[in-house]
Design a protein around this ligand. Structure first.
Ligand code: SAH
Length: 284
């Protein structure tokens, strides 16, 4: 893609409080009469996660079946998740569509499946976490800001369970995702295997050095936060490209940082506070 220069970014913070108050809690307190059938309870007791036919826009669909044989009508719950993201201020239609397309429940342990579409971060093993949907969507929206079509090559630092890489696969021509923990790299490979996402390239290594072979990148996104943005990431970003990452600020807290690489130089914008796992060097 031809990286384009982006208009100045408005760093206004989005608050979900008003939206939360107006919407039902998700998903446990959903009622059948709220437009979502009771069969959408995440772990269905029978094979028939059937949507009522009387309601507009709803149709009968076969439940998704997990490898453990758990029936799950995930379309409806994912639609609710996407509606909630939109109510929280995510407005990029491509991001919302990608979030609606990827089955988050396939990336978490079976014991956590009933929380897969809640707006919460979840453990993925080895002390790491999958970010909550709202944070994933927010970061992807920032990453895509000002880009009309798909992003070109994107580098993700911190593959984790592979969820965000799968979402990115809908938004970018190529996704290079690097993970420093062998156990999670393998887990992501396993999680993504059945999805057959030909444009996702999983790499095992220290993402602090980026991945020079895929550079320059139209966008770089990190799912782990360090004390500074590694210079390799800036080097490997294309002119006109954008980087979104958590970073430790002078107060010691973590905040989201957006870096735009322009022909005139590098512009850094500090945004809202976030809580990501630490960016660590080396592999293990
Ligand atoms: N995007 C992931 C989130 C994973 S959490 C998902 O959707 O599941 C962040 C990940 O960053 C952890 O798995 C952690 O091991 C990894 N990480 C931390 N420092 C890293 C580094 N230097 N290089 C690559 N991965 C790193």
């Amino acid at each position: 893609m031809k990286p384009s220069l982006k208009p100045p970014f408005n760093p206004s913070l989005k608050t979900a409080k008003a939206a939360d108050a107006a919407r039902p809690a998700f998903p446990v307190r959903l009622k059948p009469d709220a437009g979502v059938p009771s069969a959408t309870k995440l772990i269905a007791t029978s094979q028939s996660a059937v949507r009522p036919t009387g309601q507009k826009g709803l149709k009968i669909s076969a439940p998704a079946t997990l490898s453990g044989g758990v029936g799950l009508d995930s379309h409806a719950v994912r639609a609710r998740m996407v509606a909630k993201l939109a109510a929280q201020g995510v407005s990029d239609a491509q991001v919302l569509a990608a979030m609606g397309a990827v089955e988050r429940h396939r990336f978490v342990d079976t014991a956590l499946i009933n929380q897969a579409y809640e707006d919460t971060s979840l453990p993925i093993g080895l002390g790491q976490t999958i970010s909550k949907p709202n944070v994933v969507a927010r970061m992807l929206e920032l990453l895509r800001h000002g880009v009309a079509g798909k992003l070109g090559r994107v580098l993700e630092i911190g593959t984790g369970c592979g969820y965000q890489a799968a979402v990115l696969s809908h938004l970018a021509s190529e996704v290079y995702s690097i993970e420093r923990l062998r156990g999670l790299h393998d887990k992501a490979r396993e999680n993504l295997r059945t999805l057959r996402l030909a444009n996702v390239h999983l790499l095992f290594g220290d993402g602090m050095m980026g991945y020079a072979k895929g550079a320059p990148y139209a966008a770089i996104i990190a799912a782990a936060g360090g004390e500074a943005i590694p210079s390799a990431w800036i080097d490997q970003l294309a002119i006109g490209g954008r980087l979104v990452a958590p970073m430790q600020t002078s107060s010691g807290a973590q905040a989201l940082v957006v870096v735009d690489k322009t022909p005139q130089g590098v512009k850094q914008t500090l945004l809202e506070a976030v809580h990501f796992v630490p960016l660590k060097s080396g592999t293990s």
